[in-house]
Design a protein around this ligand. Structure first.
Ligand code: ADP
Ligand code: AMP
Length: 218
C-alpha cells in the first residue's frame, strides 16, 4: 500500500507510521528523519536544511522533492510506503503525483490525523527519540521503563532541537498556512480518510488500520 500521513506536528504521525509500516512490512519514509540524519552526519543536505528546521520553517520544496524522489525510486519502496511529513505543500503534493506516475505507482490513501490543539503542545514538549533505533517515546504518555534509555535497543534518548516552545508555535502556524490546504487537494482526488488522533496510541492505531482496510476494499 502507498500511504501518506498528514497532520500537524505532534499529531502522532511518526508513532503511527512506525506501527503501520511494521505491520504492512513496507518502509516508513519520514522526511524529518532523513533531514535529521543528514544534519547529524553534517552532509551538504543537512547543512542546507538545518537553519530552516531550527526556525520551524519548511525546507525549500526543490531540496525536499529531490530527496523524496531519490528515496521512492529505491527498490524497497516499490511495494508500498508510509510517507510521514511529506508532502507538506501543494507543490510537493503535485510533484509526488508526478513522481509516482513516473514509477507507475499510485497513492492508495491519505490519512489526515486530527488532534486537539492543546494536546499537541503536550505531546511535542514531552517527545523523546531513541538515538539508536529511532523509536518515538513520550515522558508521560509512553515512558521508557528506565529513565532516558530505550526499552527496545538500550540506547539513550534525545529531545529534538525543534521541540522548544517558540519553535513549536511557529511549526503549528506553518502547518495551518502551508500544509492544511493539502487536505482539500486529496479530498478532490478521493483519497482522503480523516481519523481522530485523540486517544491512546492503540486507539488511534485501530482507527488507522480500519481506514486502511476501507481504502483497500474501495
Ligand atoms: P508527529 O510525527 O506527528 O510529529 P509523533 O508521532 O512524534 O508526532 O508524536 C509526538 C509525541 O506524542 C511523541 O512523544 C509520541 O510518543 C506521543 N504520542 C503519539 N501518539 C500519541 C497518543 N495517541 N497519545 C499520547 N501521546 C502520543
Ligand atoms: P518532522 O520530523 O516531520 O516534524 O519535520 C521536522 C522539520 O523538518 C520540519 O519542521 C521542516 O523544517 C523539515 N521538513 C520535514 N519534512 C519536510 C517537508 N516535506 N518539506 C519541508 N520541510 C520539511
Amino acid at each position: 500500500m502507498h500511504v501518506v500521513l498528514v497532520g500537524p506536528p505532534g499529531a502522532g504521525k511518526g508513532t503511527q507510521a512506525q506501527l503501520i509500516a511494521g505491520r504492512l512490512q513496507i518502509p516508513h519514509v519520514s522526511t524529518g528523519d532523513i533531514f535529521r540524519e543528514n544534519v547529524s552526519e553534517l552532509t551538504d543536505l543537512g547543512k542546507q536544511a538545518q537553519t530552516f528546521m531550527n526556525a520551524g520553517e519548511l525546507v525549500p520544496d526543490a531540496i525536499t522533492v529531490a530527496m523524496v524522489r531519490e528515496r521512492l525510486a529505491k527498490p524497497d519502496a516499490h511495494a508500498g510506503f508510509v510517507l510521514d511529513g511529506f508532502p507538506r505543500t501543494l507543490v510537493q503534493a503535485q510533484q509526488l503525483q508526478k513522481t509516482l506516475a513516473e514509477l507507475d505507482e499510485n497513492l492508495d490513501v491519505v490519512l489526515e490525523m486530527k488532534p486537539d490543539d492543546e494536546e499537541l503542545v503536550r505531546r511535542l514538549s514531552g517527545r523523546r527519540t531513541c538515538q539508536g533505533c529511532g523509536r518515538i517515546w513520550h515522558v508521560v504518555y509512553d515512558p521508557t521503563s528506565v529513565d532516558n534509555q530505550c526499552d527496545e535497543c538500550g540506547s539513550s534518548l534525545s529531545q529534538r532541537d525543534d521541540d522548544r516552545p517558540e519553535t513549536i508555535r511557529r511549526r503549528l502556524e506553518v502547518y495551518r498556512e502551508q500544509t492544511e490546504p493539502l487536505v482539500g487537494f486529496y479530498a478532490d482526488l478521493g483519497l482522503l480518510a480523516i481519523i481522530d488522533a485523540v486517544g491512546t496510541v492503540d486507539e488511534v492505531t485501530l482507527r488507522a488500520v480500519q481506514a486502511l482496510r476501507e481504502a483497500q476494499s474501495a
